[in-house]
Design a protein around this ligand. Structure first.
Ligand code: SAH
Length: 249
């Protein structure tokens, strides 16, 4: 496992105190890479105060204007959520999920996304993730404080540092790197355009088609070579549709 290949991404955090609490939780557990997507208030004195001796994590935090900027280069993305969402996604508890992250972090960039204090992550954000992570709680109250949720996840990663052996990778000898978030997002745009062209997808009534296709591809995890093949097929498909529309072929 490479803790430095795992980044904590906080989306739209409202309270700077929570950002400080997250920095401290990370430093305690040996994680260093903090990304802040459009924080409401940062830098801030309350963040400094709550961070205590983890001021260096705050100083090194990368502030971005969009989620894409924070995770474009990642090959494995985990979304955390306190409750069930409309389309079920592969869901693991913090311990199981940490094991997956630990394995991927050996060779890939891994991101764990944490949501807003009041609303969590949006469905759009959760759809960008390979896996969803849930911290088991009492049925009465499932929503942890943001920094505490980060603490639990970082603790589970920490425990794996001393684990005798992580599960073996079944893709250790893979011949191509896994696709980055950025390339997957480009693929989904291309796929959607092609399905609209084909009139398989009606933009006026898209239902959950793209969400289901996202879930399919993120479950498989494409490598860059497979992604290029699929994009080639899409390009040819669009050409044929264009020709057919033009009254040709
Ligand atoms: N009301 C929000 C909860 C926000 S709590 C909701 O329903 O989603 C703020 C963030 O802390 C969440 O977005 C998530 O990243 C994390 N979090 C809180 N409780 C969690 C839990 N039980 N499991 C996983 N993440 C949790």
């Amino acid at each position: 496992m490479q803790l430095d290949n795992i980044r904590i991404v906080l989306v739209n955090t409202s309270h700077p105190g929570n950002i400080g609490g997250v920095a401290r939780a990370m430093k305690n557990m040996g994680l260093r890479r903090l990304y802040l997507v459009e924080p409401r208030q940062f830098p801030d004195e309350q963040a400094q105060w709550r961070a205590a001796s983890a001021a260096d994590i705050l100083e090194g935090a990368v502030v971005t204007a969009s989620l894409a900027e924070a995770i474009d280069d990642c090959q494995f993305v985990v979304g955390t959520s306190a409750r069930e969402r409309r389309i079920p996604w592969p869901l693991l508890d913090a311990r199981q999920c940490a094991a997956r992250m630990a394995v991927h972090s050996a060779r890939e960039q891994v991101a764990v996304l944490f949501g807003r204090e009041d609303r969590g992550l949006t469905n759009e954000e959760l759809k960008r993730c390979n896996l969803h992570l849930h911290i088991p709680t009492s049925a009465d109250y499932s929503s942890l404080n943001l920094a505490m949720a980060v603490q639990v996840v970082c603790y589970e990663l920490r425990m794996l540092l001393d684990a005798p052996a992580l599960p073996a990778r079944d893709d250790a000898q893979w011949d191509a790197p896994f696709a980055s978030q950025q390339n997957m997002e480009r693929f989904y745009v291309h796929l959607e355009e092609t399905l609209v062209d084909l009139e398989f997808l009606d933009p006026a009534a898209p239902r959950q088609l793209m969400a289901r296709l996202r879930r399919l591809y993120s479950r498989v995890r494409l490598d860059e070579m497979e992604l290029n093949i699929l994009r080639g097929i899409l390009t040819e498909t669009r050409k044929w549709v264009g020709r057919a529309r033009g009254g040709g072929a």
